[in-house]
Design a protein around this ligand. Structure first.
Ligand SMILES: [Mn+2]
Length: 195
């Protein structure tokens, strides 16, 4: 059975709908109104082999803040719903993603205890229509709403586009590993009995 979820969230600032299938092939349909953010979410889904649809209409006349943060909340919620009880999965995932001069580390524990360790500083204030300071806010929102432990570190890098893209792709790869089925176990992989 495919693990999939659709989550809709509407506030005075944004109107967002996300559908994710964790057992997909990397098919995407992403429209946030921020071209660079679409490019990032596309890289995340393609490299995680998730099918991902994102429709976000936000107050971009203010700035990109609400749209990016709220998309993170809805995506994280959809990931949590698609995972359900997290039975029979690997739980931990990690990846080292190189992109030209950039090297990014991502490590994940689908522990049920949200935590973000984000270590990246961008030379550019903006990549396309995305304020680079929003990249941390996005991952913070995802980690808390999906209740995952998420470590993201740019170990090396100078080009902000590469750094951002490597973070999203590395996150996709690591999440694919963490959500992958582990046929040797039937329950959640923990000594506590539940995640
Ligand atoms: Mn690119």
């Amino acid at each position: 059975m495919e693990r999939t979820a659709t989550v809709k969230r509407t506030t005075k600032e944004t109107d967002i709908e996300v559908t994710i299938c964790l057992d997909g092939t990397g098919k995407t349909d992403i429209h946030t109104g921020i071209g660079f953010f679409d490019h990032m979410l596309d890289g995340f889904a393609r490299h995680g082999l998730f099918d991902l649809s994102v429709k976000a209409a936000g107050d971009l006349d203010v700035d990109c803040h609400h749209t990016v943060e709220d998309t993170g909340i809805v995506l994280g919620t959809a990931i949590a719903q698609a995972l359900g009880k997290k039975e029979g999965i690997r739980r931990y995932g990690h990846f080292l993603l190189p992109m030209d001069e950039t090297l990014v580390l991502c490590a994940i524990d689908l522990s049920g205890r949200p935590y973000l360790n984000f270590d990246a500083s961008f030379a550019a204030e903006r990549t396309g229509g995305l304020d680079t300071e929003m990249i941390r806010e996005f991952f913070y929102a995802v980690s808390y709403s999906a209740m995952m432990n998420l470590h993201l570190k740019v170990l090396d890098g100078s080009n902000s586009h590469h750094m951002a893209e490597a973070l999203f792709k590395g996150f996709g790869r690591a999440l694919d590993m963490a959500t992958a089925p582990e046929p040797r176990i039937r329950d959640a992989w923990t000594t506590k009995g539940t995640l």
